[in-house]
Design a protein around this ligand. Structure first.
Ligand code: NDP
Length: 290
């Protein structure tokens, strides 16, 4: 039997070291984004955490420095609103000025819940503006930087988006969110197809329920929490770190031949159905108090 051959481009090492590289994590001051930032810091990269609230960013940076002390000098905060085109351009340009901008984690996002017929246009617009248009602006603004550095590392540059199980499984009463995440997955697949030739890979991950600031309310309703658990073969919610380890894999050279993939990280929830929020929703036609 012949010895296995190294089929990676040029046969470079695929060791997980990102020294000299820079990653941008939108929404990196909390939750899943924070865990992604931590994991990428552990690979040796400089990490820019971006978000709207400077206090949240400062607290996130302090917690990152405590979690990865050797990375203290590689943590950068950047105030950024992903719904603002100029803010996103400035953030990507700043990230590019710090070194080899090779990794982008498109994480900023939020959800809302309510009956479809009572969904205000403003609520729809806000969710789409952040989760989908914000993702588009971030990807588009990062592309020139990622293309410039793609040739400097095995597997090229990488974009990883935080989608959701809601992109594929209906989540009754969460229509704007589900639609935004379905659109995000298509944005990632489009990006992968178009940008592959210049060395940029793009993938998304689809988390199931993970305790963060965003899900505190949802998880505080026993009926809803139990329903989520009943749809997960593993019978438990995930952690931000479990999502982050998949993100780091997709951002790094070990996944050099993976692009355009949308991967579940959800304890098997995607094998069953979306959550049942009906117990906390008004019946059809009931006026909502907002
Ligand atoms: P968090 O609320 O902790 O994180 C959301 C982050 O996004 C915050 O740091 C927030 O910072 C930032 N953000 C929101 N809007 C903007 C904006 N306009 N511009 C820049 N940053 C923004 O919740 P999660 O960690 O749970 O959410 C992270 C991602 O994971 C989201 O995309 C979410 O949809 C997705 N997800 C979460 C799941 C879960 O169960 N937790 C399941 C599936 C997907 P700031 O307010 O300072 O701007």
């Amino acid at each position: 039997m012949s010895a296995p051959t190294d089929s990676s481009s040029g046969g470079e090492s695929t060791a997980s070291t990102a020294t000299g590289e820079v990653a941008l994590v939108t929404g990196g001051g909390s939750g899943i984004g924070w865990a992604c930032a931590r994991t990428l810091l552990e690979t040796g990269a400089t990490v820019v955490i971006a978000g709207r609230d400077p206090d949240r960013l400062r607290a996130g940076a302090t917690a990152l420095a405590a979690a990865v002390p050797e990375a203290r000098d590689r943590i950068v905060t950047q105030v950024c609103d992903v719904t603002s085109e100029q803010s996103v351009i400035d953030t990507c340009d700043h990230t590019g000025s710090l070194g080899r901008f090779t990794m982008l984690v498109v994480n900023a996002g939020f959800g809302s819940a309510g009956p479809l017929e009572a969904t205000a246009l403003a609520e729809w617009d806000a969710v789409i503006a952040t989760n989908l248009t914000g993702a588009f602006l971030t990807v588009r603004s990062a592309i020139p930087h990622l293309a410039a550095t793609a040739g400097t590392r095995s597997g090229g540059s990488a974009i990883v988006a935080i989608s959701s199980i809601a992109s594929t499984h209906t989540h009754r009463y969460m229509t704007p969110y589900a639609v935004s995440k379905a659109g995000l997955d298509m944005l990632i697949r489009q990006t992968a197809d178009e940008m592959g030739p210049v060395g940029i890979r793009a993938n998304s991950v689809r988390p199931g329920l993970v305790p963060t600031d965003a899900t505190t309310l949802l998880m505080s309703v026993p009926h809803v929490h139990e329903d989520y658990l009943s749809q997960m073969p593993t019978g438990r919610v995930g952690s931000p770190e479990e999502v982050a380890s998949l993100v780091a894999f997709l951002a790094g050279p070990q996944s050099a031949w993976i692009t355009g993939a949308c991967i579940a990280v959800d304890g098997g929830h995607h094998l069953r159905r979306g959550p049942d929020l009906s117990s906390i929703m008004p019946s059809f036609g009931t006026p909502l108090i907002r």
